[in-house]
Design a protein around this ligand. Sequence first.
Ligand SMILES: C[S@@+](CC[C@H](N)C(=O)[O-])C[C@H]1O[C@@H](n2cnc3c(N)ncnc32)[C@H](O)[C@@H]1O
Length: 250
Amino acid sequence: MKPYFSDQDVTLYLGDAIEILPTLGTLDAVVTDPPYGETSLDWDIYPNGWPQLVAGHTSSMWCFGSMRMFLDHFDDFAGWRMSQDVVWNKGRGTSPATDRFRRVHEHVLHWYRGPWRDIYHETPRVQLMGRARGGRSSRHPGPSTHSAYGPSTWQDTGARLVESVLHAPKDVTSVSTNPTQKPVGVLELLITYSVPPGGIVLDPFAGSGSAAVAARHTGRRAVLIEKREEQCEAIAQRLAQGVLDLSAEA
Ligand SMILES: C[S@@+](CC[C@H](N)C(=O)[O-])C[C@H]1O[C@@H](n2cnc3c(N)ncnc32)[C@H](O)[C@@H]1O
């Protein structure tokens, strides 16, 4: 199938993911944000069966969604096991409903198939500075401790696992008009976790193409599918801007 856009890092297909997915080859991971089927937007129809189709190409998948979406379509994820859930705190609410708590977050669930030891995962860490290091590091400065498993050497470098609640405002710089755009900074963490350097991430519901921008920023490649032609055009323009895309800094 002829791509709508391609360069050395990114291949973008215009069309329905349900039809295009079976034609793709092996990929390292999926990082995607499907239509939740919860709004009146004309494209917001949950595409039944897509998790089974991507299972033919990879054993690792990050999927954005609301808890309602995951519960409504739970059977669609049969055969996938959940490793963890992350929350994106977007700071500003998007729901017009006034009879519920103001919704300022989205879930991102990581799913896998087969043995966990076979799943590539590189947990991102942050470097703590100054007093923030405190706690265990000051009580156990290492090296040389003993555990039930014998002597070990442990040196606190100040690095800590990235926490499961990610605070990031919506990106503001984009040629896209997609109201559901996800921040490149959050996507970079998910891609770094699940795709080895130089590997390929698939986003079958590409929207504004943020996953491809994040893939580029992190030295990975991306395959995208998007059903709406105007969005494909926006993605192609955005990617053609190349290094001028500053949305990760937004
Ligand atoms: C929630 S948005 C993705 C937003 C994206 N993560 C971003 O950061 O911009 C979902 C996208 O999937 C597209 N879409 C909906 N159904 C599709 C289908 N069956 N195949 C491919 N794309 C589809 C919609 O046009 C929309 O752009």
